[in-house]
Design a binder for this molecule. Structure first.
Ligand SMILES: [Zn+2]
Length: 210
């Protein structure tokens, strides 16, 4: 375990200078062997997959080269290359439930709704936005993707504990559950161009990210 830690800390120390045209901490997009996007992993985690021979194929246009420590035996510096999009063998990545619903959080909700209030259409930074429950919690509404929209503070206060009909406030757009590709876009702020191209092909037709 200790040797593993030393190797990874050595790689981390070398990575900023060694990474080729890469963000400082690129996230690697992993797929299952069917080519379905699964999750983001750190480059350290990606190197683990390479070292364990768990990478079935790659699909990205970006490669990162990482330099590790110098081998005492050979005197050579170890070098590992990772692709920006990798398919992982076996079932390690597959979600048990294909209908898996991504976790709800304000950051991804505001991104889903493009930072636009669902009632007045005003846009704004996250600090000025709130999570509105279309059917209020006090009336039995769920805290779930299909029952939440982005609302500015003013509209949320005005709506209070009412439904849109009761408050006479029309919804400008409908809530929906992001699929996995969409959630991966929503949850990563520094997606590489090739990763975005790949994920865009897996977006549902109704996605607002298109
Ligand atoms: Zn508003």
């Amino acid at each position: 375990m200790r040797a593993c830690d030393q190797r990874s800390s050595s790689a981390r120390a070398e990575a900023p200078a060694a990474a080729v045209s890469a963000p400082r901490r690129p996230l690697i997009l992993t797929l299952d062997t069917q080519g379905q996007p699964q999750r983001w992993v750190s480059w350290q985690h990606a190197l683990f997959y390479y070292a364990r021979d768990m990478v079935a194929w790659d699909a990205g246009a970006t490669h990162f080269t990482f330099h590790g420590g110098i081998s005492q035996r050979t005197g050579e510096r170890s070098e590992l290359t990772a692709n920006s999009i990798i398919a992982i063998k076996g079932r390690v990545l597959a979600s048990r439930d294909p209908r898996h619903v991504p976790p709800l959080s304000n950051r991804e909700l505001f991104n889903r709704d493009r930072h636009v209030c669902a009632y007045c259409g005003a846009g704004g930074p996250s600090q000025k936005l709130t999570r509105d429950h279309v059917l209020p919690l006090s009336q039995g509404g769920a805290d779930a993707w299909m029952n939440v929209v982005t609302a500015c503070r003013h509209c949320n206060q005005r709506k209070g504990g009412n439904t849109p009909e009761q408050a006479r406030m029309l919804l400008l757009y409908a809530p929906y559950v992001p699929n996995k590709a969409e959630y991966l876009i929503l949850s990563n702020r520094s997606i590489l161009v090739d990763q975005m191209d790949f994920l865009t092909h897996h977006l549902p037709a109704r996605s607002r990210l298109r």
